[in-house]
Ligand binder design. Structure first.
Ligand code: NDP
Length: 484
């Protein structure tokens, strides 16, 4: 059985204590590889390796750092099919999604920040005729990067790329549920000759391998993407040492459809927003609000398109809905479907384990895409993040009402608004409390824009210049100008 290894100081190594964790294929429910059960001592070694590499790496010209990153990106692109297959097996997601969206996006992350670092400028401020201020932005040292299981390589490279482009070195801790593409990334880094210690990857559980990274005194920068409860623990742990911390956390994102929307685009996009990656994207729209005059027709078409989604073996090219990531997550999502019934909801389609799966997938964690109506905006199903293929649809009567409901959760990550009325589009976009508002689209991502959440969805922003700023320390240098 394949053994995934840590990547420390340029070497692929086992955990120092020698323990292993099982890695399960969600589509089959079977253990198919093992990963190191790393602990604090492995994190210490990785941080030491990153610390030793820092002076050399940060001292390289930006163009040299970029050259290594372009090389790694090219190797991932050349291995697209292997990476996509590995991601699909590890997560249960359709291979088509991994092949067309996620792995290309990992390549794009590396190329984008390798390019960005060669084009970035920093500010100057002239103080009348008294002084010239300029801002020096220097890398901060070793960055700790903790990423989740839903988009494993995509979100890992979203952090690694800006961290190392700006001259930091890094220690990453991917989710124990989905370590495989991080392992393939470490092999690509070795093959590209990335200097030892620039990127280190420590596999293992959140508590044994993640937590020591958050409290390590030699890791001044910490970027985390994951659940809000874990984010709270990390905020607490990092605050004590005044680490610079970015937290990208959960969401309960609204899709708001006004009656004047272009329904030919709105309905299929709302279906995609609800069920892409089995609803396991932090940006998925899990609450759909439809203006009452359009509600019945919308629901009919929405349910029709949802029931047409092809569920099956994630490795089959035709599959649109794969498995959810683990048995524990399967149980959690099914628990919310039960809760939806208890809270008085009506299940219009789905609501059960998937049927008619190929033999290979009979023990996998497949849930039918599920549409629920008849629930109030303040019930638990509409307040708590389910992070699975479950969406609620509700009618609304006016703009104030729907803005109130859209903003009426602890979360504020993203939203999607559908209307042909441009004034209303701007007004509603301004009123919604979320880090991203899409108008007449969903998941249209430009790597230059600020990305992050409001309220319990996040602290800080990543993406484009925001990421370059996050991973650097600004220092103002003030030069007095001689008066004539
Ligand atoms: P978790 O919070 O469970 O885990 C995220 C990462 O943190 C994993 O690597 C995990 O390791 C690690 N971790 C767990 N406990 C600790 C700890 N005490 N200290 C340090 N690290 C720890 O999230 P999930 O992996 O379940 O991901 C799903 C969540 O991520 C959802 O809530 C989703 O909304 C959110 N998300 C947010 C995004 C955003 O951009 N805002 C994007 C994508 C997802 P391990 O898995 O090994 O336990």
């Amino acid at each position: 059985m394949e053994r995934i290894l840590n990547y420390v100081g340029g070497e692929l190594v086992e955990a120092s204590a020698g323990g292993w964790l099982d890695n399960v294929e969600p589509a089959t429910g079977r253990v198919y590889s093992r990963l190191p059960d790393s602990d604090e001592s492995d994190v210490d070694c990785a941080v030491a390796a990153a610390g030793s590499a820092f002076a050399g790496w940060s001292g390289l010209p930006a163009v040299e750092r970029a050259r290594f990153m372009f090389d790694v990106a090219q190797r991932i692109e050349d291995g697209l099919e292997d990476f996509a297959r590995a991601e699909s097996i590890d997560t249960g997601k359709p291979i088509q999604l991994a092949r067309t969206v996620e792995i290309p996006r990992a390549v794009a992350n590396l190329r984008f920040f390798a390019g960005a670092i060669q084009h970035t400028a920093s500010e100057t401020h002239v103080t009348d005729n008294q002084a010239l201020n300029y801002t020096l932005r220097r890398p901060r040292g070793v960055a700790g990067l903790i990423s989740p299981w839903n988009l494993p390589l995509y979100l890992l490279t979203w952090k690694v790329a800006p961290a190392i482009a700006t001259g930091n070195t890094a220690v990453a801790k991917p989710s124990e549920l989905t370590p495989m593409t991080a392992y393939l990334l470490s092999q690509a880094c070795r093959d590209a000759g990335l200097p030892a210690g620039v990127l280190n990857i420590v596999h293992g559980s959140g508590v044994r391998a993640g937590a020591p990274l958050t409290t390590h005194p030699d890791v001044p920068t910490l970027s985390f993407t994951g659940g809000t409860a874990t984010g709270g623990l990390i905020a607490e742990a990092t605050a004590k040492q005044f680490k610079k911390t970015a937290l990208e956390m959960g969401g309960k994102n609204p899709t708001i459809v006004f009656a004047d929307a272009d329904m030919d685009t709105a309905v299929p996009t709302a279906v995609r927003a609800s069920f892409s990656n089995q609803g396991q994207i932090c940006l998925c729209g899990s609450r759909v609000f439809v203006e009452r005059p359009a509600y019945d027709a919308f629901v009919e078409r929405f349910v029709e398109l949802t029931s047409e989604l092809v569920q099956g073996d994630p490795l089959d090219d035709a599959t649109q809905q794969g498995a959810v990531v683990s048995k524990a997550h399967y149980d959690k999502v099914m628990g919310y479907i039960d809760l939806a019934r208890e809270e008085g909801g009506t299940i219009l389609t789905g609501g059960a384990a998937a049927e008619n799966l190929p033999q290979r997938c009979r023990d996998g964690y497949f849930i039918q895409p599920t549409v629920v109506t008849g629930l109030p905006a303040d019930c638990r199903v509409n307040q708590e993040e389910i992070f699975g293929p479950v969406v609620t649809v509700m009618p609304f009567d006016d703009e104030d009402e729907v803005v109130g409901w859209a903003n009426g959760t602890d979360y504020g990550l993203s939203s999607s608004v559908w209307t042909e009325n441009v004034s209303r589009a701007h007004r509603v976009a301004d009123r919604i409390a979320s880090g991203t508002v899409w108008v007449n689209c969903w998941l249209l991502r430009d790597l230059r824009v600020p990305f992050g959440g409001m309220k319990h969805s996040g602290v800080g922003r990543e993406g484009g210049d925001e990421a370059l700023r996050f991973y650097t320390e600004p220092k103002n240098v003030c030069l007095r100008m001689e008066a004539k």
